[in-house]
Design a protein around this ligand. Structure first.
Ligand code: ZN
Ligand code: ZN
Length: 459
């Protein structure tokens, strides 16, 4: 008793001697408009899945923010869309070894029975191996699809390996599978599964579909290598959400000559639900908005700059924010479209789709970027999901500022997509690069034309 009292007295004395607790041991270091936007959005709203009350709050938040920053004609344009809603989810291997699995459902998965789907697990090392499986051979089974996505500066692995997620479940269903599990389309070694939508083609029965983390996929691969039959018990209760409410937020910085076609900048406001949507795509909205403001710092540009904070990019299977934007604004004159949806790491290259007669304009942009160490890339710009529909319909010129994507797919669509992953200095480099390009193109007086854009890989 005496000892305890002595300890308590010591602790009280120590506490009295300490300074008041600080707010955080990891102080937030960012400053500037872009940081303020992504910090605010991730702190005051957080995850913003399509159709959710949080996505609606994010639109109100965005409208107030854009008005406070001095944008004009700020408006919310609601639309209805097909979306998807997560439910409870868990899974374990039940044979030959009992092991819990870190799993998450893919968007447009249909639910398992509430008591779980218990089935043999068939291992496929690649999507091609699954495609080669005989028709009907997966009846009553869950297919597991492995792959080998590695990190790349340009993020190009997401094309082929993202197809495991986008197409794998539909192919497994066509072979008769009762469910499907994939190795996450991600490049990290954390026990975080990566979500994202899968696409069941017309006429293909949707089946319960999930992704396990890379370490869990490694485990399944090792067990498969032992040659003993595997079985799984998985519960994924997420389901499609028809007629969900979504919407775009649109704002203008009017140019000196309203008769000249405008420059459209886009990002997406919705996010996956696992993280807080910092790199995907709060950062994009922060970059385009701060850059638009930076472009008018030395005087009002000739052309109007419009920002589109798109709704429903992530689940935009039958109509996302880009489609709604085209429907509402396709008749207005646009010259150039740009999109930021690849995180917040630094810009290293420039891609465009300007027609040959705009070669002098391209030279001007290149010259403005050289001092920042940003180089011309021989590839063709593609834009992205939010500007894709209007680029295709109206044949707009596209400018891409290629970012370093080396660590993007470590974090993409996981619980790790949080503010601390954003390096304030690299975020600001994006704003500086975008602002530099905008100053040139928004002050271009002559006609702007395009060659065909590159096909877009999708988010
Ligand atoms: Zn995105
Ligand atoms: Zn995404």
């Amino acid at each position: 008793m005496r000892h305890t009292l002595f300890r308590a007295a010591l602790l009280a004395a120590a506490a009295a001697a300490l300074p008041a607790p600080s707010v955080s041991a990891r102080p937030v270091e960012g400053t500037g408009t872009a940081w303020t936007i992504v910090e605010g959005l991730t702190t005051e709203i957080g995850p913003r899945p399509t159709g959710s009350a949080a996505e609606a709050r994010a639109r109100d938040w965005g409208k107030a923010k854009l008005e406070a920053l001095g944008f004009r004609n700020v408006r919310i344009e609601p639309f209805r869309t097909l979306a998807w809603q997560r439910g409870p989810e868990h899974a374990r291997l039940t044979a030959p070894y009992d092991q819990p699995l870190a799993i998450t459902a893919l968007g447009y998965s249909v639910p398992t029975p509430a008591t779980g789907l218990k089935a043999p697990l068939a291992y496929f090392p690649t999507l091609a191996a699954l495609e080669a499986a005989p028709a009907g051979s997966l009846k009553g089974k869950v297919a597991f699809i492995d792959h080998a996505m590695l990190a790349a500066q340009d993020g190009s692995g997401y094309g082929p390996y993202g197809d495991v997620r986008r197409k794998g479940p539909g192919i497994a269903s066509q072979k008769g599978a009762a469910g499907v599990v994939i190795r996450s389309a991600g490049t990290d070694e954390h026990r975080n599964p990566h979500t994202g939508i899968t696409i069941f083609p017309q006429g293909v029965t949707p089946i319960p579909s999930g992704a396990v983390s890379n370490p869990d996929a490694d485990l399944i691969a090792r067990i498969a290598g032992r040659g003993k039959p595997m079985s799984i018990d998985m519960t994924l209760l997420g389901k499609p959400y028809p007629d969900a409410p979504s919407g775009n937020v649109i704002a203008d910085l009017p140019g000196r000559d309203p008769s000249l076609p405008m420059i459209l900048l886009a990002c997406h406001l919705d996010s996956w639900d696992l993280g807080t949507g910092a790199i995907d795509d709060g950062a994009g909205c922060a970059i385009i908005t701060a850059a638009a403001l930076a472009a008018q710092k030395d005087g009002q540009p000739l052309r109007t700059i419009r920002v589109l904070w798109s709704g429903n990019e992530e689940m935009g299977l039958t109509g996302g924010g880009g489609d709604a934007y085209l429907k509402a604004h396709g008749a207005e004159p646009h010259a150039v479209a740009m999109e930021s949806d690849f995180g917040a790491d630094h810009v290293w290259a420039l891609k465009t789709t300007f027609a040959p007669q705009n070669a002098p304009l391209v030279k001007k942009i290149e010259a403005a970027l050289w001092p920042m160490g940003i180089v011309p890339h021989p590839g063709r710009a593609g834009g992205g999901e939010d500007v894709g529909p209007i680029i295709a319909a109206n044949r707009l010129a596209v400018v891409d500022l290629a970012q370093d994507g080396t660590r993007y797919f470590d974090i993409h669509h996981t619980p790790d997509d949080t503010l601390d992953k954003i390096d304030p200095a690299q975020l600001q480099q994006n704003v500086d690069a975008w602002g530099t390009v905008l100053k040139v193109i928004a002050n271009e007086p002559g006609p702007i034309a395009t060659v065909a854009p590159a096909p877009e890989g999708g988010d």
